[in-house]
Each structure stands twice: as structure tokens, then as C-alpha cells.
Design a protein around this ligand. Structure first.
Ligand code: ATP
Ligand code: MG
Length: 749
């Protein structure tokens, strides 16, 4: 068949070896997903396997759809009959058929996470335990973690280790909640997402006839992104393939980025033990990216200790150097990226959809969205909402709206009992009806609660009205930032989010902080004369209104690195390359965490086909203050021969950096340009074991210093240029260098 010509020899081997267990462990862009696609085509077309007998499991619905399309291109409509989907969608289908075996009706409901959380909230309420301690998010993620490791509530409640954990976390009732939650789900004939996998395991464990039926049906089983499967998923696949043993998994240990959700890289290692006659294929040729990008990605992942050895290379062109974009602030980062996209698009005749902007956390999208909007570049946010559509942003904005306009009914409904202040739906209904029946403004009902409502409800509403009034006074007296910060705090919104320590909760908290940052920037900007909250909201309303009727079919993609797995784009921007942001301060508890962050960086860089940009800002508003940011340690890990500084930067910044560039570094402080061609290593100083950067405020001429890379030197000159203080240092082995003192790590000797 001529389609096999689209494969290199090891790929072809993996495609043709259809029988027996096969594992393809290969680097990014080496054609793993392509092999799966061709393999399915080959099974159907050349081996005459019935499409109904093939099961392939993907990580997202989008990739399943894409794969189906590609197979269709190779072999036609027959492709539609294969079983292809995510673990959840596939086993939900099977459970519908088999539900009665495990006591569920076949029309069982699937609860999404909002349903689950709401159920947990009512259970916590009924148990009369503290809902601040047992937050729905936290409880759900604990239960989810247990289910993904196949720990039932019965085991959960009797396992002494689990109990000790919960007691240490001051949450001893967790097991009881888990039990009640499961019983209630069962009573409502409902399963949550994790149950779909958990119950499939139960079904296959307790009903061998059923298991056997599916073992016979799925003669061939395939799994993409195998490195991110959890135990529950792994066991399902293993059971299904136990008879025929025709199982093919593909993955890349270097791209395992879901440990926080129970994904276990051990699955790859165990696979070899589970199938002694396993055939392992390594793919090392990358077809996606230029030489520069591949080399950079290799240099990054090489820093991880825990990894299987791979040597990824490519025949593709050398390509452009990776561009490092330095911006003076996060807003400027957005502007530089938007204008780069604008120019590249015109110069190279590219589509908007050829570009992707990847960030570590959702809250970073705000400044990027604003910059793209200003240049009229359409964009779409994948796997998330645009910043001002997010729930927590709308919540805080609703407070602002109600303070500015007391009649805003939607804003009122949104926040009257959020955060919870004991005002139930009936009371809210009464308020709305009273305003309508008496034909008076909503606000009049709120401020005369005693006339319309009884006892406790009246008091609670009265307190709410007082709160809004106090905000109104602040809005008059203070600038937008101070007023909004006070609302976020006094309303309890910020505290509510702060106490929620799940990933989702952290994200929301950061988003609210980011809104406050945006307001602070607005207030600090001398161009804005009116610094009131009303003026800020006006500006936002105009900005967000722009999106309507935009055609988003050709749009720049914005997304978190996590959602970019498996995808590719001609040009990719990885933004916010700063310490504490990426690697993320919140996720860094141990060396393993740092390695997971580094794998994320590897995933991000390997999405790029032709051109990669890494950007960072020297300052960023965080927690309402303008902070100096330190470039990410990951930047120093990129092979310096693959990278150069982007020329687009403000003149002030360029001025401050000019000296370094001409001094032989490539402009990035601490990142050294190689003395010669790649391959020969320059003599880099290794810092003394007790190296600790000194405070350089009082650094003076003549001081002796140690630099972690350049070694020992003597300060020749100190200069102040704009906001920057610079030191010219004569290093023993690296000659004279001029460093910005706010960034250079120097130990004064
Ligand atoms: P990731 O780890 O990011 O999921 P992958 O290993 O799954 O990557 P693919 O997405 O399958 O890689 O392939 C990357 C790109 O290289 C795709 O555009 C694919 O079509 C192309 N490609 C792979 N193998 C070949 C080949 N033998 N000839 C031509 N193009 C190829
Ligand atoms: Mg892939």
C-alpha cells in the first residue's frame, strides 16, 4: 500500500507489527499519533480487521475527532466504525449498556463537577460540619484522587494510613462524606466523571462474562498519551487486552504533566513488566520542528534526572533562532507579541490560526487578550473562557456594577448570597417580587428590608445593603484600585477563594488578583485622568464589547500549556518566563515538582513547528503591587546557541541592555553566548557551595564579587540610567561585563 510510504522504517515497523503488545516511547513530534492513525488504517485495510473490533483511546475529544478524520482520508468511510474516544466517553457508552449488572439503570445521569460540588455542599450542610473546612472543591478532589486509585469508600474508611492523612489535615470526616456522597449518587442513579472509570473497573472485576464480551470485541486496543493515564485507566486497558494481548500504547515520559490529577508515569515502566514479550519501538526523528527548536527542547529535558534516554533529531531545516522577547511589563509583553504576530502574518502570509500563545496559568491571558484586541487580531481561548467571562471575575465585577448602579438586577442576583450570607432563594424571590408589585426600585426594597421580609432574612438583607453602601462611599472617596480591593476583601470573595486550595481554587484566586492588577495599572497610568471605578468599568465595557460578532474561524489560539498537548502550530509564543510564574511557585514543593514543571516547558516548546518565542516581563503587577520579576531559571537551561534576543523592544529597555549585547552575552543576563560553535563547551564558573547573592544596594566601585556564571571579578563602575542601576565588572575569566543590578546575582566578597 502506498500510504506506508508516509512512514519511516521504525514507524512502519510499529504499524506493521499489529499483533502482540507494542509500546512506542518517543519524543515530541516524532509521529506517535501518526503511527496510531496509520496502524488503524492498516489493520482495516491490509489485515481485513473489522473496524468494530478496534478500540483507540485518546486524551481529548478533539484529538479523537482529528484522528478519525485522518484515518478517513487514508481509507475512506469505513474508519467511522472504529471505537474511538476519550476514556470517559468510551466507557460511559459501555456502562449504558451494562449498567444493570452493577445496579444502575441504563439511563443513569452523569454529574459534571458543578453537580458533584453542589451535592457535596448539601451533604456537608446536613452533617452539620464546617463548610469552610470541608469546601466542596477540596472534598471533591480528595474523593476523585481516591477513585482514580480505585479506593472505594469502604476501603477509604478502614485504611489507617488514609485516616491518619485526613486527621493530619484536620479533615477527619472526609471518609464519611465520601460514603454519603456515593450513596446519594447511587440513590439518584447518577455517576460522576471518576465513577465512569471506577465502575467500569467494578463491572469488569465482578462480571467476567461481560469482561469477556468486550475482550472479544476489542481485538485491538490502542492508547495515545499513555504517560498521562491514571491507575484506574491503566487497569481497564490491561483487562481489555488480556486475552488477545494486541495492545499498543504510545507516549512520552518527558511529556507527563498530569501527576497532580493522579497520572502515573509508573504505568510506562510497569508496562514492560506486565508484558514480558513486549515489543518496544523508539522513534527519534522529529518531523514537526526545526533543528533549532529540537535542539533547544533536548537541552531543556536533559536537565531532568527522571527520564528514559531518548535522542531526538530532525532532518528539517535549521530554522530561525528562538527569539527571546523581553518586555518592561506584562502589558508590554502583550503588545510586543501582538505586534510580532501582526508583522509575521503579513511578511510570511500566515493565517491567524498558525499562531499559538501558551501560558502557565489562565490569569495571564488578560494582558494578551487586550493587546490582541487593540490590534484587531481575532483570537480564541481553548479550554477556557476569556478573562472577563470567568465566573470569579464576573462575581467581583457584579459587586462593582451594583455599587455603581443599584438597579442592576443581574448583578444583584449574582452576589446577594455570594459569598454565602444566609439569604436563600425564597428571600431573593420575595425581594424581586416586592419591587415589582410595589413598582419601586430594587434598592428601596433592600434598604427597607424590615418592611418586606421577616426576622433573620430581613437582618441579613439589611447587612448586605449596608455593605453595598459602605462600598459606595469608598468608590466616591478612593481611586478605583483601592475601592475594588476593598470590595474583593470585605465582600468575602477573596477569602473564599483563598481558602480553597485546590488547583481550580488557586486559579480563581489568581484571576481575581489579576483583575485587581489591571485596575492598579489603569490607576497608575498617567494617561488616564479619571481614576474612578466608574471610569475603569467604562473602559472594560468597551473592550469586551469588541468581541461580539467576531469571526473566530481563523483565530490565534490562546491556551494553557496543559491544554496544548499533542497539538502543533507554525509559530508559538511561550509567555511569562519568570521565576515563580514558570516554574510556578505554587506547584513547587519538591524536586519532582520542578521536574514536572520542566516537562511542561518541554511540552510547550515542542508545539512549535517553524518558530518559537519565549517572553518575559521585567515587571508585573501581582497582588496589586508592581513587582520586579526575575527571568525564569528555565531560560538559562535552553542551549544558548539556539536563542537570540528579539529586536522589537522599547528604546528605553534597548538602551539599558545595549551594553551587554555588545559585550558578548546575547543580552540575557546570566545567559552566555557560546564562545564558539555548539559542541565545544565554554568554561563556565561553578559557584562556591555557600553562594548566596548579596544585597547590592551599596555595591561600590572597587568591590570584589562572585557571579554564579562569570566567577570572580572587580566592580569598575556603577551607573544609573533611568530606573536601572548598572555595574561594570571586570571578571577574571570573562572580561568586562555590564550587568543590571536588579537582576544580576552577585555575592560581595
Ligand atoms: P506529540 O508528542 O507532540 O503528541 P507525536 O509524536 O504524536 O507528537 P505527531 O503529531 O504524530 O507526533 O507528528 C508530528 C508531525 O510530524 C505531524 O505533523 C505529522 O504529520 C508529521 N510526521 C510524523 N511522521 C512523519 C513522516 N514519516 N513523514 C512526514 N511527516 C511526518
Ligand atoms: Mg501525539
Amino acid at each position: 500500500m502506498d500510504y506506508l510510504q508516509g512512514l519511516n522504517p521504525p514507524q512502519k515497523e510499529a504499524v506493521e507489527r499489529t499483533d502482540g503488545p507494542v509500546m512506542i516511547i518517543a519524543g515530541a513530534g516524532s509521529g506517535k499519533t501518526r503511527v496510531l492513525t496509520y496502524r488503524i488504517a492498516h489493520l482495516i485495510h491490509a489485515k481485513g480487521v473489522d473496524a468494530f473490533n478496534i478500540l483507540s483511546l485518546t486524551f481529548t475529544n478533539k484529538s479523537a475527532a482529528q484522528m478519525k478524520q485522518r484515518i478517513e482520508k487514508l481509507i475512506g468511510l469505513e474508519a467511522r466504525n472504529t471505537w474511538m474516544g476519550t476514556f470517559h466517553s468510551t466507557f460511559a457508552k459501555i456502562l449504558r449498556v451494562e449498567a444493570e449488572k452493577i445496579g444502575y439503570p441504563s439511563n443513569f445521569t452523569i454529574y459534571d463537577s458543578d453537580d458533584s460540588k453542589s451535592l457535596i455542599r448539601s451533604i456537608v450542610k446536613e452533617m452539620r460540619i464546617d463548610d469552610k473546612v470541608y469546601k466542596a472543591n477540596t472534598v471533591l478532589s480528595r474523593i476523585s484522587g481516591a477513585k482514580n486509585r480505585l479506593i472505594s469508600w469502604e476501603t477509604y474508611m478502614t485504611d489507617p494510613n488514609i485516616r491518619a492523612d485526613d486527621e493530619a489535615a484536620m479533615k477527619p470526616k472526609m471518609g464519611e462524606i465520601y460514603r454519603t456522597y456515593q450513596k446519594r449518587l447511587f440513590k439518584s442513579s447518577a455517576m460522576d466523571f471518576d465513577d465512569l472509570l471506577f465502575n467500569t473497573n467494578v463491572l469488569f472485576r465482578d462480571h467476567l462474562d461481560v469482561l469477556n464480551k468486550y475482550q472479544q470485541r476489542f481485538k485491538y486496543v490502542m492508547v495515545d498519551e499513555f504517560q498521562d493515564t491514571n491507575l484506574s485507566q491503566y487497569l481497564i486497558t490491561k483487562k481489555l487486552a488480556a486475552v488477545h494481548q494486541n495492545i499498543c500504547v504510545v507516549g512520552d515520559d518527558a511529556q507527563s504533566i498530569y501527576a497532580f490529577r493522579g497520572a502515573d508515569i509508573q504505568n510506562i515502566l510497569n508496562f514492560e513488566k506486565d508484558y514480558p514479550d513486549l515489543f518496544v519501538v523508539k522513534l527519534e526523528q522529529n518531523y514537526r520542528s526545526t533543528k533549532n527548536i529540537v535542539q533547544a527542547a533536548n537541552s531543556i529535558i536533559a536537565k531532568n534526572k527522571a527520564q528514559l534516554k531518548k535522542d531526538v533529531w530532525t532532518h528539517n531545516d535549521q530554522g530561525d533562532l528562538i527569539e527571546l522577547i523581553k518586555a518592561s511589563s506584562d502589558n508590554e509583553e502583550g503588545r510586543l507579541i501582538a505586534s510580532t504576530i501582526f508583522e509575521e502574518k503579513n511578511n510570511k502570509k500566515l493565517d491567524n490560526s498558525d499562531f499559538a500563545i501558551l501560558y502557565r496559568t489562565n490569569s495571564q491571558s488578560r494582558s494578551l487578550e487586550e493587546a490582541l484586541r487593540k490590534l484587531g487580531i481575532p483570537y480564541k481561548i481553548v479550554g477556557g473562557l476569556s478573562f472577563y467571562q470567568r465566573k470569579e471575575i464576573k462575581d467581583l465585577m457584579a459587586y462593582m456594577r451594583l455599587v455603581v448602579n443599584r438597579e442592576d438586577e443581574e448583578a444583584f442576583k449574582r452576589i446577594i448570597n455570594h459569598p454565602k450570607r444566609g439569604i436563600g432563594d425564597t428571600t431573593v424571590e420575595k425581594i424581586l417580587v416586592s419591587a415589582y408589585e410595589h413598582d419601586i426600585p430594587l434598592w428601596d426594597v433592600l434598604t427597607n428590608a424590615n418592611s418586606f421580609l421577616a426576622g433573620r432574612a430581613a437582618n441579613a438583607v439589611d447587612d448586605f445593603a449596608t455593605l453595598i453602601k459602605s462600598f459606595a462611599i469608598e468608590v466616591e472617596r478612593k481611586d478605583a484600585f483601592e475601592a475594588a480591593t476593598s470590595m474583593a476583601k470585605q465582600s468575602g470573595l477573596l477569602r473564599d477563594l483563598y481558602e480553597d486550595k485546590t488547583i481550580e481554587g488557586l486559579n480563581r484566586y489568581e484571576n481575581v488578583q489579576e483583575l485587581l492588577n489591571a485596575i492598579k495599572e489603569y490607576v497608575d497610568n498617567p494617561e488616564n485622568e479619571d481614576k474612578s471605578l466608574g471610569a475603569f468599568m467604562q473602559e472594560i465595557a468597551l473592550l469586551t464589547d469588541n468581541d461580539r460578532d467576531k469571526d473566530t474561524s481563523d483565530a490565534v489560539t490562546l491556551m494553557t500549556i496543559h491544554s496544548s498537548k499533542g497539538l502543533e502550530f507554525k509559530q508559538v509564543f511561550v509567555v511569562g518566563m519568570e521565576e515563580d510564574l514558570f516554574p510556578s511557585q505554587m506547584m513547587m514543593q519538591s524536586r519532582e515538582d520542578l521536574e514536572e514543571e520542566r516537562r511542561l516547558f518541554y511540552v510547550a516548546t515542542t508545539r512549535a513547528m517553524d518558530k518559537l518565542y519565549l517572553s518575559y516581563a521585567l515587571t508585573r503587577y501581582r497582588y496589586g503591587r508592581l513587582l520586579n520579576c526575575e527571568p525564569s531559571r528555565f531560560l538559562e537551561e535552553v542551549d544558548p546557541s539556539c536563542i537570540k534576543v528579539n529586536k522589537r523592544m522599547t528604546t528605553a529597555l534597548a538602551g539599558a541592555l545595549r551594553n551587554e549585547s555588545s559585550e558578548g552575552t546575547n543580552g540575557f543576563i546570566g545567559l552566555k553566548k557560546p564562545a564558539s560553535r555548539p559542541g565545544t563547551t565554554a568554561k563556565v564558573h561553578s559557584p562556591s557551595p555557600d553562594f548566596k547573592p548579596s544585597n547590592t544596594n551599596n555595591l561600590g566601585e572597587g568591590n570584589l564579587v562572585e557571579h554564579p556564571k562569570f566567577g570572580y571579578g572587580k566592580v569598575m563602575k556603577i551607573e544609573v540610567e533611568g530606573i536601572n542601576k548598572k555595574a561594570t565588572i571586570q571578571f577574571d575569566n570573562f572580561g568586562e561585563k555590564t550587568l543590571l543590578l536588579s537582576f544580576a546575582k552577585l555575592r560581595i566578597i
